[in-house]
Design a protein around this ligand. Structure first.
Ligand SMILES: Cc1ncc(COP(=O)(O)O)c(C=O)c1O
Length: 394
């Protein structure tokens, strides 16, 4: 049977990591994989997570099965984190899922049950795993324009024009904040326009919210989610705790269904849970228990927020340092857009040939689109990176 399978191309990001590991240049820099790194280049466990884990070790009493919706306390706390004050005015059903990717899969399964003819619209460009997740659920995928390399930012006119052509068979995937891979986010005014168009045209927005707290702040980053939750009749939010709690391998996230009325919620929720049941039965418990105890405990929550703030400040600081250094070298015009981007990623705007030169001549690793993980930059490697960038840009 297996002989029928054709070989698959290597995953570009995993290939990059493997090449980086094998490189013996002491100055090598890894700007590829999307995990947060501290000033020392490490991805440590957050102190609030360690403390919550300690508590769990002492208080956990059973490993019995839980329900497909996961931990109800987690579900409630995460809905509150995502929706804040707007929660009181929305009808929300929230379900624990195995990470953002697991959440997108379950959401895709639900969409297919609602409408097998639905088209999922993804931004150009978008996270590399979006199209595979939706196509593997049997859904059609199409693209709307988003980032313009000429504008070095969002081409909102082109995006809005494309959205104005959609209708009730369409689901539009929006990045809640910290757009991956470009770092270019919608402004508050642009979110308002997206809400207007969604209402006018009747498409369903699905917000992929993988970086809450990495851009401007926990509440600020939720602007689009909260606005759409209040304005559109149906919204799907898929959130991830991989980045903002640093729980990558624990697989924690949530799917929130926001509906205009109880009847729709009662129709949708059992199907969402049924998709989960037939896929993985129930989500893993450990990471969600950690998140739940952090969010329910004032001291742990305060500690977590402080840590998250310093991670965000570090990433924003890296942007400024890099842009300043490149401006000092006379390259300001080409890289000034880095300052305004948000989150862990930045699109440098280099050609594939320049990216390859950086890899081959300087052992600097990034994906071919010239997306960099800004958290991979630190005081130690900043000058080396800036000089290499200058060398391939001249
Ligand atoms: C835009 C986006 N969505 C979803 C995810 C999935 O996150 P998780 O690791 O929780 O599956 C990622 C992870 O990189 C992402 O960048």
């Amino acid at each position: 049977m297996f002989e029928a399978l054709s070989p698959l191309p290597a995953d570009p990001i995993l290939g990059l990591s493997a090449a980086y590991k094998q490189d013996d240049n002491p100055d090598k820099i890894d700007l590829g994989v999307g995990v947060y790194k501290d000033e020392a280049g490490a991805t440590p466990i957050m102190a609030a997570v360690k403390n919550a884990e300690q508590l769990r070790l002492e208080t956990e009493t059973t490993k019995t099965y839980q329900s497909p919706a996961g931990d109800p306390q987690f579900d409630e706390a995460v809905a509150d984190l995502l929706l804040g004050d707007t929660l009181a005015n929305c009808r929300v059903a929230s379900v624990q899922v195995p990470g953002g990717t697991g959440g997108l899969h379950v959401a895709a399964g639900l969409i297919r049950r609602c409408n097998s003819e639905a088209t999922i619209w993804l931004s150009t460009p978008t996270w590399a795993n979006h199209a595979p997740v939706f196509t593997s659920a049997g859904l059609a995928v199409a693209e709307y324009p988003y980032y313009s390399s000429q504008l070095r930012g969002v081409d909102f006119e082109a995006m809005a024009d494309a959205l104005r052509k959609l209708g009730s068979n369409d689901v539009v995937v929006l990045h809640g904040c910290c757009h991956n891979p470009t770092g270019a986010d919608l402004t508050e005014q642009q979110w308002q326009v997206v809400a207007d168009i969604a209402i006018e045209r009747g498409f369903t927005p699905l917000i992929d919210f993988a970086y809450q707290g990495f851009g401007r702040g926990l509440d600020e980053d939720a602007y689009g989610v909260r606005l759409l939750a209040q304005r559109v009749p149906e919204l799907i939010v898929v959130s991830s705790c991989s980045k903002n709690f640093g729980l990558y391998r624990e697989r924690v996230g949530a799917v929130c269904l926001v509906s205009a009325d109880t009847q729709r919620e009662h129709q949708a929720l059992p199907h969402l849970l049924n998709v989960a049941r037939s896929t993985y039965s129930m989500p893993p418990a450990h990471g969600a228990a950690i998140v739940s105890s952090i969010l329910h405990d004032e001291a742990l929550r305060g500690q977590w927020q402080q840590e998250l703030t310093s991670m965000r400040d570090r990433m924003n600081g890296c942007r400024t340092l890099l842009a300043d250094r490149l401006a000092e070298m006379g390259l300001g015009d080409s890289f000034d857009h880095i300052r305004g981007q948000l989150g862990m990623f930045s699109y440098l705007g280099l050609s594939v040939a320049q990216v390859q030169r950086l890899r081959e001549e300087f052992s600097i690793y990034m994906v071919d689109s010239s997306r960099i993980n800004i958290a991979g930059i630190n005081q130690q490697n900043l000058d080396y990176f800036a000089n290499a960038l200058a060398a391939v840009s001249r």
